[in-house]
Design a protein around this ligand. Structure first.
Ligand SMILES: [Zn+2]
Ligand SMILES: [Zn+2]
Length: 282
């Protein structure tokens, strides 16, 4: 379906992070329901981008390169979306490869801690659970469950591997300025993902903007109408780009279906303009 001015879903996850669909499936479905553009924003990886761009050309829908990074800001965790970057940029590719290596090391360390407590969690089984996706705690949890050490996946988390549980190993994340630097260095633009009421917190937005964040994700399944209003006002006040999307992972845990939460076409135009403007000088 040709929808040159149709809405855009700028927040989708594929099986390269923790979704279940391939980039091609996400892109072809999005084209079939009349979206004009999509972005696959997998956690800490750009492995699905080339496939998504190729599918976009085939199904006649624009594909915007995307990624979702986790950052640690003085003990609280936030997500930053990157858009419109060169998906072949060397520095960005090196950085995400390092993050992938750290994820594997972390999962291996968690498996080792569990083995020390008498629960055999073969690392090959953990990798097999992850498939093409980024390996992480959910995969360790399903091995624990399948081997009968716990009676459910949630129990695997609460007893053993949740934050603060005996066999967890904290995740390493990049600091905000490094994430923004990588995205901008690759010609892209950084957006604060689903801020919710955090937008009202102290000087958080000020600091994010000072670090070079140029947009706010306004439309998201976790945002009530009141939050959308607050975020729109904050974006307008500071001249930030407003983006949005369904944050779709897979049907079983979806809060919104693909294309159910979208950003208007103008958002994409504004994102491109912000990316083209280059490094932000306060
Ligand atoms: Zn997120
Ligand atoms: Zn997400």
């Amino acid at each position: 379906m040709d929808a040159p001015n149709g809405p855009c879903d700028l927040h989708l996850h594929s099986h390269y992070s923790d979704g279940t669909l391939s980039p091609e499936e996400l892109v072809s479905f999005s084209a079939s329901i009349g979206l004009s553009a999509v972005s696959i924003t997998d956690h800490d990886t750009i492995n699905g981008q080339a496939e998504a761009l190729e599918a976009g050309a085939r199904f006649g829908i624009e594909v915007v390169p995307g990624i979702e990074f986790s950052i640690d800001d003085g003990g609280s965790s936030h997500h930053i979306l990157g858009y419109c970057f060169d998906h072949e940029d060397a520095a960005l590719s090196t950085a995400v490869a390092a993050l992938a290596a750290q994820r594997i090391e972390r999962a291996r360390e968690i498996a080792r801690l569990l083995s020390d407590r008498g629960m055999a969690v073969p690392f090959e089984d953990v990798l097999a659970e992850a498939g093409k996706g980024s390996v992480g705690r959910p995969h360790v949890a399903s091995v624990l469950y399948k081997r009968g050490y716990v009676s459910s996946v949630p129990e695997a988390f609460s007893r053993w591997i949740a934050d603060g549980a005996p066999c967890n190993v904290p995740k390493k994340t990049l600091p905000l300025d490094e994430v923004v630097g990588l995205v901008r260095g690759a010609g892209g633009v950084a957006v604060w993902a689903h801020p919710g009421w955090n937008v009202k917190k102290d000087d958080l937005l000020d600091r994010f903007v000072a670090a070079g964040v140029r947009g706010i994700e306004v439309w998201h399944p976790n945002h009530s109408e009141r939050i959308v209003e607050a975020l729109s006002a904050a974006a307008r006040d500071r001249g930030l780009v407003m983006t949005g999307g369904s944050d779709y992972h897979f049907a079983e845990i979806m809060q919104a279906d693909i294309g159910e939460i979208t950003a208007p076409r103008d958002s994409l135009v504004a994102l491109r303009r912000a990316a083209a403007r280059g490094p932000y000088l306060p």
